[in-house]
Design a protein around this ligand. Structure first.
Ligand code: GDP
Length: 298
């Protein structure tokens, strides 16, 4: 499958080593377990999640429930599957206009992801609207407009420096008037000025919530998979700034350490909604835990 191909770096990276380590092993000893632990950490499964996995594995080994490399691999896959499965429901996309606030620091692929999501939704026959509430950078507005033109998706914007919540309000007004299905609101990702960002997002939420009951319906954080444990830290910080409903993980094609997926879901208990697996518009896929783990382990 395409996913399998795009996860090639991770599959050939740490997963291949896991395979090599466990292949043909007729017994499990401490040395093997230590080595396996280390491999998972190099695959960007964080130390605390690896410890959690191994507290289960070690007690099962002690009770002789796991006897060889093959059984250990099967068990590992099952534990990881259950950790990744916090995505127990899909985005309902209702009521309409369904309003999504997109947050994330610069460079993670936020603008591209908004474009990809717009493209994905349009292909499903949905009417989409982009809102340029990242008014801090002129380039952010321009970039979104360029995508809007290319995808034939309207973009609500003001001038650089305008009040982000005023733009968001206009976006919601326009969405209601034009009977749009999904509104994607781009926001500034200035995590280094955390207090300002918090105030800004709070104000956006308040203003759009007043105009449209329940808005925003989702707050999705875009994270770059190639930044590893940094991504996890960003997620923690954003979650403090504003409550998140999910994650979009980009650039999974560009990392050999796909284990970051396990850390994010297990430690943040937040569902990954979509994954970016390339630079093209069609390279965004809904995240399906089982399909992902199968692709990683195959
Ligand atoms: P922003 O600053 O967060 O808005 O980032 P951009 O949307 O401008 O993207 C930064 C770079 O990341 C661009 O070169 C994108 O093509 C690239 N990018 C975004 N998503 C992916 C992905 O899933 N895979 C790969 N390989 N590149 C991506």
């Amino acid at each position: 499958s395409k996913l399998k191909l795009r996860l090639e770096k991770s599959r050939k990276g740490f997963m291949r080593q896991v395979d090599d380590l466990l292949f043909g092993k007729s017994k499990i000893d401490d040395e093997l377990l230590d080595e396996l632990e280390e491999l998972l950490v190099t695959g960007d499964i964080s130390v605390s999640t690896v410890e959690e996995i191994f507290s289960q594995v070690r007690s099962e080994v002690a009770r002789s429930e796991l006897q060889d490399g093959e059984a250990l691999k099967t068990r590992l896959k099952a534990i990881i599957s259950s950790m990744v499965k916090v995505t127990d429901h899909d985005i309902p996309w209702e009521p309409t206009p369904y309003c999504i606030l997109m947050v994330g620091v610069n460079g993670v692929g936020k603008t591209t992801t908004i474009a990809k999501l717009g493209y994905h939704l349009k292909n499903q026959g949905k009417k989409v609207l982009f809102v340029a509430s990242d008014t801090f950078r002129a380039a952010a507005i321009e970039q979104l407009q360029t995508w809007g033109e290319r995808l034939d998706i309207p973009v609500i914007h003001h001038s650089p420096g305008a009040d982000p919540s005023a733009v968001a309000f206009d976006g919601i007004q326009a969405a209601l008037k034009r009977q749009v299905d999904v509104v994607l609101i781009d926001t500034a990702g200035r995590l280094h000025t955390k207090v300002n960002l918090m105030e800004e997002l709070k104000k956006i939420r308040k203003v759009i919530g007043k105009r449209l009951d329940g808005a925003p319906h989702e707050v999705l954080l875009v994270l770059d998979a190639t930044t590893g444990q940094n991504a996890l830290n960003q997620a923690r910080q954003f979650h403090e700034v504003t409550p998140l409903t999910g994650i979009i993980l980009t650039k999974l094609d560009g990392t050999a350490r796909g284990g970051i997926v396990v850390s994010i879901t297990n430690e943040l208990k937040l569902p990954i909604r979509f994954i970016g697996i390339g630079e093209k518009m069609e390279d965004l896929e809904p995240f399906e835990p089982e399909v992902f783990v199968d692709a990683l382990f195959s």
